[in-house]
Design a protein around this ligand. Structure first.
Ligand code: NAP
Length: 258
């Protein structure tokens, strides 16, 4: 029997009909993910906390490319704002299928300089915000299921001096990923983490010195820093139906960082 040829529209827009919410999508990796999911046909909610102009520019890019997107302000370290963000997605697009938990902060300090605020602010966003965004979003996923994609970091596995609290938040993200995958699997929801290595963004420039960058590039197989698009392409695959059998995984997107 001849293999049916793929429907060209489905191939070009595998996320047609889906609605995706991307947290921290005004800049860096989140902005690239928002643009990429929109290119694949999803209607995209672009969340930001402070960078309104940048978030609006992402929405404009998507619209100019023929896609659909809306912008919502929410500081995800605040539970009420998380709820309002999800409510905005539902009120605007009537459904929610994909949550990308990307928003995070990174603050590197040696052990002796760590105080309660350094610890609490990173855990409040990177872990608590991710957990409650997942809780609120999946309550509204369709009965057929959906996708939760958590942006972790190679730091979850690495031993980097000064990065202990940030690394611990990302290790927690990977643990939550496995737990939520087990819990939400029966509802047809897959939960995976994508773990970037060094990626060219404002966050990277703020915390990585040129010496550390050189050393880390030397530890990759492909010999360069990643781009936000390198990460967005992996997220788009995990969001697609082609990744339906993958759940509870932390997928390294790091050029072969050893
Ligand atoms: P980035 O350039 O600093 O961008 C961070 C994004 O998060 C911005 O859109 C920012 O929005 C948003 N954000 C910050 N605080 C927020 C809050 N309280 N509530 C909601 N949104 C908030 O960071 P990035 O490098 O693209 O990192 C994106 C993800 O990749 C993070 O999870 C990070 O840990 C991970 N990662 C990055 C690298 C890297 O080398 N860059 C490596 C591994 C993993 P506003 O500007 O509006 O505040």
């Amino acid at each position: 029997m001849p293999t049916p040829s793929p429907n060209p529209t489905e191939t070009l827009t595998p996320l047609q009909g889906k609605v995706a919410l991307v947290t921290g999508a005004s800049r860096g990796i989140g902005a690239a993910i928002a643009r990429r999911l929109a290119r694949d046909g999803a209607r995209v909610v672009v969340n930001y906390s402070r960078s309104l102009e940048a978030a609006e520019a992402v929405v404009k890019d998507i619209q100019q490319a023929g896609g659909e997107a809306g912008v919502v302000q929410a500081d995800l370290s605040d539970l009420a704002q998380i709820r309002a963000m999800v409510a905005f997605a539902l009120a605007t697009y009537g459904r929610l299928d994909i949550l990308v938990n990307n928003a995070a902060i990174a603050d590197f300090r040696p052990l002796d300089a760590i105080d309660a605020n350094h610890f609490d602010s990173q855990f409040a966003l990177n872990v608590r915000g991710l957990l409650f965004a997942t809780q609120e979003a999946v309550r509204h996923f369709p009965e057929t299921g959906g996708r939760v994609i958590n942006i972790s970091s190679g730091a979850a596995q690495a031993a980097s001096p000064g990065a202990s609290v940030y690394s611990a938040t990302k290790a927690a993200v990977e643990t939550l990923t496995r737990s939520h995958a087990a819990e939400l699997g029966p509802k047809g929801i897959t939960v995976n983490a994508v773990s970037p290595g060094l990626t060219e963004t404002e966050m990277m420039r703020a915390v990585i010195t040129p010496e550390v960058e050189k050393a880390m590039v030397g530890q990759t197989a492909l010999g360069r820093v990643g781009t936000p698009d390198d990460i967005a392409d992996v997220v788009a695959f995990v969001a697609s139906d082609a990744a339906r059998w993958i759940t509870g995984q932390a997928i390294g997107a790091n050029g072969g960082l050893r």
